[in-house]
Design a binder for this molecule. Structure first.
Ligand code: BMA
Length: 372
């Protein structure tokens, strides 16, 4: 049997043996379905560690082949890699953090070819006034970009740019690279133009649904999974679902939370919010993830073991979080993974060596063992 057909057969066997049937999986292409299958399988066994822009730059380096601050400090790459698309919608060559999109494409392909998972955030400029970044909260924008709105056609051109980039995520043999798209996150905060101060829950739900349906149904991006991730402004499942667009357009039940780690009595709230996400994911046959977190500058030297790990390992429910991603290492003024000489480096190594915290090799090993 040719390698290609053997692979397809393997994928078919694995998918046929899936016991869960999240509604959206039926819409997904084979690569995305396989990724979701493995993430589902990881539930309760391990949590993939993720880092934004890990391969692009770090403390004291930029675009050095094979380099990674996670690898420098912990000995291996993360299992999950975050990338940011802001600026793509305007045809920019670099994203808003200066990462060239052609390099990002190559990194994402490398990640897939080397067994890792890619996730994309998107902080787009406003379609009403392209000088306004995502961090604008004084104008109602969403109502104008929805179907029927004055700037809907312009917004569609933004989505077209995103679709074109995603379509180009293909390996040298033409295989599509699966990925997790996480648009319109932290809508429960007031800092983005799609946030709660300028957008109603219904508008956000429509925007999320429109975005996913346009990319999947119109643009044919079958290997895209999607993540819903409010920030920490909820205390119950009902509140968590305030902006939720529906089970048929979401695969990953996410939470972004930096805040509760910083406040004196916040720690139990980190756990509670992760539990709400896991509980909902389990009810709907989906996976839950800590889609963004971290401690900027990691002044608390035991943050990784005593805060992040302690929250992920707190209860039977939090142990089912399938990935946890920290933000980017811009420079010594803004970073989340310690460089090797940093005072939190030892603690970070201890965190990554926990049996249920997975770097790239751990994740690959898990997948290899669960192919049959
Ligand atoms: C923020 C910061 C900014 C960055 C933005 C989008 O948290 O890291 O510097 O521009 O994310 O990636």
């Amino acid at each position: 049997m040719k390698k290609q057909s053997a692979l397809l057969l393997l994928i078919a066997i694995i998918l046929a043996s899936c016991t869960h049937s999240p509604e959206k999986v039926n819409k997904n292409g084979q690569q995305a379905a396989l990724l979701l299958h493995f993430l589902n399988d990881a539930k309760g066994k391990g949590t993939l560690f993720g880092h934004q822009d890990d391969l692009a730059y770090g403390i004291g380096w930029k675009y050095v082949d094979g380099e990674s601050d996670t690898k420098r400090t912990a000995g291996d790459y993360p299992a999950l890699f975050g990338w940011e698309l802001g600026g793509l919608e305007l045809g920019h060559v670099h994203n808003l953090d200066s990462v060239p999109f052609d390099r990002m494409r190559n990194f994402a392909i490398w990640v897939h070819e080397n067994g890792g998972v890619n996730t994309f955030s998107w902080h787009p400029y406003s379609a009403l006034d392209t000088t306004k970044s995502s961090w604008v909260n004084d104008t109602r924008i969403v109502e104008h970009i929805l179907p029927g709105g004055s700037h809907h056609e312009i917004f569609k051109t933004h989505l077209d740019k995103v679709a074109a980039f995603f379509h180009n995520l293909k390996t040298s043999t033409g295989e599509p690279v699966p990925f997790i798209f996480r648009p319109w996150h932290e809508m429960d905060g007031g800092w983005f133009w799609w946030g709660k101060d300028t957008t109603t829950p219904e508008e956000l739900q429509q925007l999320f649904r429109y975005t996913i349906e346009y990319l999947v149904d119109e643009k044919g991006l079958k290997n895209m999974l999607s993540a819903y991730s409010p920030d920490r402004n909820f205390t119950s499942e009902e509140e968590y679902l305030t902006w939720y667009p529906g089970d048929d357009v979401v695969d990953v039940i996410g939470v972004d939370n930096y805040w509760d780690f910083r406040t004196p009595d916040g720690f139990p709230n980190v756990i509670k919010k992760l539990e709400i996400a896991v509980n909902y994911a389990n009810k709907t046959g989906k996976v839950a993830a800590f889609t963004e977190t971290g401690s900027d500058g990691i002044r608390d030297t035991t943050w990784y073991t005593e805060k992040l790990y302690a929250s992920l390992n707190a209860t039977e429910l939090t142990r089912q979080i399938v990935y946890a991603m920290v933000w980017r290492n811009r420079d010594l003024g803004h970073f989340y993974v310690p460089h090797p000489e940093h005072h939190a480096a030892g603690d970070f190594r201890e965190f990554t060596r926990k049996e249920n915290i997975w770097l790239l090799e751990d994740w690959k090993k898990f997948k290899a063992e669960h192919r049959h």
